[in-house]
Design a protein around this ligand. Structure first.
Ligand SMILES: O=P(O)(O)OC[C@H]1O[C@H](O[C@H]2O[C@H](CO)[C@@H](O)[C@H](O)[C@H]2O)[C@H](O)[C@@H](O)[C@@H]1O
Length: 333
């Protein structure tokens, strides 16, 4: 392909990069007060469709009476604010304390696009279950019934406790490493581009790339993955995610974790999933279509979603987690 000409796949990719990257609220407010007012009106209208999980707290907890709540949390943009450098997406101590408290009362898992090790380094709480690589790397309690499950092996966690490790994309590991190296090589001259190895998937960040160069990022990524028909591309928040084409996502991970934790009976369990990203939609969809539990979308801008409720930002997520603890402590059922 001639330099400077964007192929169709990369061009479609660029459209998605633009549409999935609305200007941040701060710059909009700064640039245009009027537009900001319009935005607030649009956000309030959107809240009618996706009510605040704080304002609608009773609507969430009433159906949970007599049931166990199982909590699933995304990491970036949900427990930690979005920052320019992905290596510095630390969660606050207050948020850590809130997650620790909530996990004392409700079985809690974190499901992240990051590698499982990386997300554990950020969260550093042993009382949770972790799924990394968009659910393609799940560490859960030992279940005898999973012994025959393909891709499920026995392992030990950081405390030496025996656990089940489920890695449905394990055969892709060498390919992902190879692609990671190619992507690093192919994007190293693009100022601000950053490639992150998430073990079973690779993230190509363009948050710090000048918008006029997004085309180049899209093209270079497509140039690499066109050689790998077993890999596909998905979009996140100013990030392109390269991952295996296997039929597995965060929604499947929620179902798997509910089974692993012995919580798959909807009569007794109310799963709640909190997330901010496109990849969290798979989990919202599983809960919506199964008529079992609620998705809560974290967003400060209107977005179509399969979630039922919304929260504006990680600060509101923390308030929601604290409210769950208060509710549980004062609840008589
Ligand atoms: O599933 P998640 O836990 O939400 O992970 C999704 C991706 O999150 C990270 O990238 C995002 O957050 C970064 C830090 O705030 C930000 O710089 C980046 O622009 C966002 O896309 C992470 O770095 C990716 O690997 C994850 O796939």
């Amino acid at each position: 392909m001639k330099a400077g000409i964007l192929d169709i796949r990369a061009s479609n990719c660029l459209d998605s990069m633009e549409s999935s990257s609305p200007p941040d609220k701060k710059s909009r407010d700064f640039n245009n007060d009027l537009e900001s007012t319009d935005t607030d009106v649009a956000y309030r209208a959107w809240l009618l469709k996706y009510p605040s999980a704080l304002a609608s707290f009773d609507q969430i907890t009433n159906p949970a009476k007599g049931k166990r709540i199982a909590l699933f949390l995304d990491y970036d943009g949900t427990l930690s604010p979005i920052v320019d450098n992905p290596d510095c997406a630390f969660m606050s101590n207050d948020m850590r304390a809130a997650v620790k408290n909530v996990a004392e009362f409700f079985p809690t898992a974190i499901i992240s696009g990051r590698s499982r090790d990386k997300v554990y380094e950020f969260v550093w709480l042993t009382e949770l279950n972790y799924a990394g690589s968009h659910g393609m790397d799940i560490m859960g309690p030992v279940r005898q019934s999973f012994d025959d499950h393909s891709n499920c092996i026995r392992s030990t966690d950081n405390q030496g406790k025996e656990v089940n490790l489920f890695q449905p994309a394990s055969e892709f590991l060498p390919m992902i490493d190879e692609v990671f190296n190619s992507l690093v090589n192919n994007t190293k001259d693009i100022r601000g581009a950053k490639v992150e190895n998430n073990k079973f998937c690779v993230s190509v960040h363009y948050r710090n790339v000048d918008e006029k160069d997004w085309t180049v990022v899209a093209q270079r990524v497509h140039d690499v993955i066109r050689n790998y028909p077993c890999l596909r591309l998905t979009h996140g928040r100013k990030v392109l995610e390269v991952r295996p084409v296997i039929n597995w996502d965060k929604g499947k991970a929620v179902t798997f974790l509910l089974e692993s934790l012995g919580l798959s009976n909807c009569e007794d369990v109310l799963p709640i999933y909190v997330g901010d990203d496109q990849t969290d939609e798979d989990a919202f969809k599983v809960l919506r279509e199964g008529n079992c539990g609620y998705g809560i979308l974290v967003s400060s801008v209107p977005k179509e979603s399969n979630a039922f409720f919304s929260l504006k930002d990680p600060q509101e997520v923390m308030e929601f987690l604290k409210s769950l603890v208060v509710w549980k402590k004062t609840s008589t059922l």
